[in-house]
Design a protein around this ligand. Structure first.
Ligand SMILES: Nc1ncnc2c1ncn2[C@@H]1O[C@H](COP(=O)(O)OP(=O)(O)OP(=O)(O)O)[C@@H](O)[C@H]1O
Length: 279
């Protein structure tokens, strides 16, 4: 059965989760791809919307063959691409791969709006949105156009990344999107030769920011060669090595997210209806 349409106007989608970061390059897209696969491994139907208009990377991370175009449905709609059992849509599927994204803010927002309104998702439990880094126009467009159920903020443990992650959390607070939690990426480095683990970027940053903003540290991922190589070659770790220690961390984050979104949804439905009867 098709999931009911929400006020967001996203038919076929039950829950929308934005994956965001204040700073670029902290591993937001890698986290999005792996979390999508982890949610799927938990039995959910999952879609990925690559809203990183200026630097779309889901096409590459999910291994969508170069030149793939979404199938049109009539004149104004298109089917997401099917890959690794996920549904996926990205601006990179609609443009020439070598075209640099030199759009001004309103053009980028327009392109994103088109992706949002014209993609026909099919029966999704979760749509993960890979947000562009930062707290500008596109992030605002998104939070105004879609009823996002919650956001996950990805950060690395360095002070500079944490500072930007705070701005991200504050932006979501401002637009009333619940922050479901923080994922600390590259929290330690594990040497592929000897297995030695060290906190190269500092320790405890993700935990601190989660505590300061009254949210939860959903999980910490190490910096490993496998995560990088597998994501960059189109088979993210959760698909490449589903039983590995790293995949289990992503699965654990996915389970926490599902529980949070569900309890939030239950909370909403438990609000008593007030019936005013005129006599
Ligand atoms: N835990 C990790 N261990 C090793 N490499 C990682 C890890 N997480 C991400 N990477 C690598 O770091 C690079 C940047 O990651 P990614 O593209 O996910 O970052 P991003 O925050 O989405 O960047 P952008 O801001 O450009 O969208 C990629 O090559 C990715 O494979």
């Amino acid at each position: 059965m098709q999931a009911p349409a929400k006020a967001s106007g996203l038919p076929g989608v039950k829950y929308v989760i934005a994956i965001a970061s204040g700073k670029g390059g902290v591993g937001k897209s890698t986290t999005t791809a792996n979390l999508a696969l982890a949610l799927m491994a938990e039995g959910q139907n999952v879609g990925v919307l690559d809203a990183d208009i200026y630097g779309p990377s889901q096409g590459m991370m999910l291994g969508i063959p170069s030149g793939t175009r979404p199938q049109p449905i009539g004149e104004n709609a298109m089917k997401p691409v099917s890959i690794h059992g996920l549904q996926a849509m990205s601006i990179s599927l609609l443009i020439d791969e070598n075209t640099p994204m030199v759009w001004r803010g309103p053009m980028a927002s327009g392109a994103l709006q088109q992706l949002i309104t014209q993609t026909q998702w099919e029966n999704l439990d979760y749509l993960l949105i890979d947000m562009p880094p930062g707290t500008g126009d596109i992030q605002l467009t998104l939070s105004q156009k879609i009823a996002v159920d919650g956001a996950v903020v990805v950060t690395t443990p360095q002070d500079i990344a944490l500072l930007d992650a705070k701005k991200g959390i504050e932006m979501f607070n401002k637009v009333n999107i619940p922050v479901l939690g923080v994922v600390e990426n590259m929290s330690t480095h594990i040497c592929s030769a000897c297995g030695h683990e060290e906190h190269v970027f500092g320790a405890g940053g993700g935990q601190r920011i989660a505590r300061d903003y009254d949210t939860e540290l959903l999980g910490s991922l190490p910096l490993t060669m496998e995560i990088c190589q597998q994501a960059d070659s189109g088979t993210p770790t959760v698909a490449a090595e589903p039983e590995s220690a790293v995949s289990l961390i992503y699965r654990d984050v996915a389970k926490k997210l599902m529980a949070k979104v569900q309890s939030q949804a239950d909370g909403v439905s438990k609000i008593p209806q007030i019936n005013i009867v005129e006599d």
